[in-house]
Design a protein around this ligand. Sequence first.
Ligand SMILES: Cc1cc2nc3c(=O)[nH]c(=O)nc-3n(C[C@H](O)[C@H](O)[C@H](O)COP(=O)(O)O)c2cc1C
Length: 167
Amino acid sequence: MELLEGIYSRRSVRQYKNQPVEREQLLEIIKAGTLAPSGLNNQPWRFVIIQDQGLRNQLAALTKFGRIIERAPAAIAVFLDKKAVYHDIKDYQAMGACLQNMLLAAYAMGLGAVWLGEILKNSDQVRALLELPDDLKFMAVIAIGHPASHNQTSNRKELQEVILKEY
Ligand SMILES: Cc1cc2nc3c(=O)[nH]c(=O)nc-3n(C[C@H](O)[C@H](O)[C@H](O)COP(=O)(O)O)c2cc1C
């Protein structure tokens, strides 16, 4: 898939076939995340792979979008390592780049994925559930599976609305 075509046509996928995702594919998605740029190349991202249904159900209980996590065969929880942080804004930007790389990689492999952020309201509970120390700051869950359909749509503002000035 051409890079631009992938960027333009990727959509969030929230419904999946009842079919597992290969562990190798999950590792490939994480690898793509780690190829994102980061300030000073500090690579502050850390990941937890969750395929276990019982654990996904417990994670699902922590967000109103829980049905997505329950039904996706795999989820990856993404964390910022506070020990690696050197500048809050720049590190958050790097995490966004990492997460977008992961979504694009999943799409390029024929998988469907969605970035879940609503669950951040229960960050402490997520860390407790995954038995992680508090120097890991919870950033998002990406739910991943084989798309049940390819009919997702989304819209964007016109360029004229978002370009403030041109000199
Ligand atoms: C920071 C962030 C948080 C998000 N949180 C959620 C979420 O909790 N639940 C959900 O269904 N989608 C979530 N999304 C996905 C957005 O709803 C989606 O990207 C947006 O509507 C645009 O649609 P598209 O990805 O199909 O282009 C989130 C996306 C981002 C970047």
